[in-house]
Design a protein around this ligand. Structure first.
Ligand code: FAD
Length: 463
């Protein structure tokens, strides 16, 4: 229990707001994107600047309360919030500075990808991120970052040049190739285990208008389409990215009425080149099976990034299960089609994101993100607005996962995992885990930052 005086002193040291459960703003401030998560922190510190982050860390240490770090609040397992502890909420720490000369972008630790896309696009630039603009830069980057530009420009971490980090002892350090290189290695895939990143420095790329959008096929064609796709995407030019999806067609524009609420399969493309070249590359997809519908064409990159934001607002129930996949066998494909034909709700979906192309050119121990040899990161998500559907979407996702997991590569992308225990985390980092545990011991020996996909510090270790 924190006394009123203790909280008042903490407040007086902060530029940002400190919210306690007695305040009207508390209910809203404790919510995260996944409405299946409901946690009640003792305090939420909406930090205004780096000094606030340092103060919040020192306060938590002195008072012996656990902390969670909240970037965009999107995490599947709700790892941005914790019960009874202090939430270090970075949502007010938003700034994006574009350096045109070097095509680098410095991003505040509380930004969403929509903030970055907006600022970068004005200069004809983009940083590789995910597929939803409302996702936080912090969590997505530190977990790896898979999205529309992965095959061309790699994971988000492959474009990270440096980070400002406030450590567990309250000091701020810079992590980069030259400074604290071991910390920099660990940050690139190791999640929020090592400190609070107050700003990220990214290498951006000239990506302005892309040729992009979904093509949809009937579920009867899904097995054949998936077999076609598994060959195509592994050998395709890096300029084309396409993630495979099972989905239910939303009942509204731009989808044609005759497809509304129909279960279908899709590939969502993104090509960084001309429409003429895109059409030439995608001719085999169209001629193999004519899409039942498509919404493909030139669009500004931020439009693609925001394409699904309206469909997936904050406050839905989400249950996630994930695997890395090396081979999509015929048997696995049959199981996909079987379970996808039982999609329990309109929002529930399955995605297979390519990991090949530029992302696979980085060695598996060059960053903490180990699965460079996977071809896909697969995620099965049961989603619905209605809390009464929680059990149904969870049961469906688990059954789907149980059937497909034996065909997986072992681990799963940390950003697509719920709270699944240490074995799953070890399986994900493979032989990078021991080094991560040594770096953790050096920078956070007491496991102060433990509300995350936790890497336990290796006691007695030096990194
Ligand atoms: C709708 C949706 C779509 C998604 N699409 C993609 C996608 O296309 N590609 C992809 O790779 N991932 C995707 N994700 C997963 C996403 O990467 C994770 O949910 C990620 O954790 C979200 O980051 P956040 O900052 O919003 O999360 P938060 O819940 O705020 O934080 C999650 C964890 O990240 C850490 N963290 C966050 N910010 C910081 C920081 N500044 N410093 C230190 N630690 C920090 C903390 O440990 C925290 O526990 C998606 C998620 C959702 C819900």
């Amino acid at each position: 229990m924190l006394s009123t005086e203790t909280i008042a002193t903490f407040r007086s040291q902060m530029r940002g707001t400190v919210i306690d459960p007695s305040e009207g703003s508390y209910e809203d401030a404790r919510q995260v994107y996944n409405a299946m998560i409901s946690r009640r922190p003792a305090l939420i510190a909406k930090c205004a600047d780096v000094a606030d982050v340092m103060t919040a860390i020192r306060f938590a240490r002195e008072q012996g309360v656990r902390v969670s770090i909240r970037g965009g609040g999107h995490n599947a397992a709700g790892l941005g919030v914790c019960d009874d502890g202090l939430v270090i909420d970075l949502s007010q720490m938003k700034f994006v500075q574009v350096d045109q000369a070097t095509q680098t972008i410095r991003v505040g630790g509380g930004c969403t990808w929509g903030d970055v896309d907006h600022a970068a696009h004005a200069f004809g630039l983009a940083v590789p991120s995910g597929i939803i603009a409302s996702t936080g830069v912090g969590g997505l980057t530190l977990g790896g970052g898979l999205g529309h530009l992965t095959r061309k420009h790699g994971l988000t971490i492959d474009n990270l040049l440096a980070a400002d980090v406030v450590l567990a002892d309250g000091r701020m350090v810079v992590a980069g190739a030259e400074e604290n290189a071991d910390l920099f290695w660990a940050l690139r895939g190791g999640g929020g285990n090592f400190g609070v990143v107050t700003s990220f420095l990214f290498q951006a790329h000239p990506v302005d208008v892309v040729c992009a959008g979904p093509m949809l096929w009937e579920l009867e064609d899904a097995a054949d389409m998936m077999k076609w796709y598994r060959e195509f995407i592994v050998g395709a030019p890096e300029e084309i990215n396409g993630f495979f999806a099972f989905m239910t067609v939303p009942p509204g524009p731009p989808f044609p009425e005759h497809l509304h609420l129909k279960k279908m399969c899709a590939i969502v493309w993104c090509y960084t080149g001309s429409l003429e070249a895109a059409n030439a590359i995608l001719e085999p997809a169209r001629s193999f099976r004519r899409p039942a519908w498509e919404h493909f064409g030139p669009m500004p990159f931020p439009m693609l990034q925001g394409m699904f934001d309206g469909l997936y607002p904050k406050g839905l129930q989400w249950y996630w299960k994930a695997d890395f996949v090396k081979e999509l066998t015929d048997e696995a494909i049959d199981l996909h089609v079987k379970h996808a034909s039982e999609l329990p709700t309109m929002h529930s979906t399955v995605h297979l994101y390519p990991v090949n192309g530029a992302a696979s050119k980085v060695a598996k121990n060059e960053t903490a993100w180990s699965y460079r040899d996977a071809n896909w990161s697969q995620v099965i998500v049961g989603v619905d607005p209605d809390p009464a559907k929680k059990d149904a979407i969870t049961a469906w996702a688990r059954a789907y996962y149980d059937a497909l997991h034996p065909y997986g590569a072992g681990g799963a992308y940390v950003n697509f995992m719920m709270d699944e225990g240490e074995d799953r985390i070890r399986a994900t980092y493979r032989d990078n885990y021991e080094r991560l545990a040594r770096v953790k011991a050096q920078y956070d020996p007491e496991n102060f930052f433990r509300v995350n996909q936790n890497i336990r510090p290796q006691t007695g270790a030096t990194a």
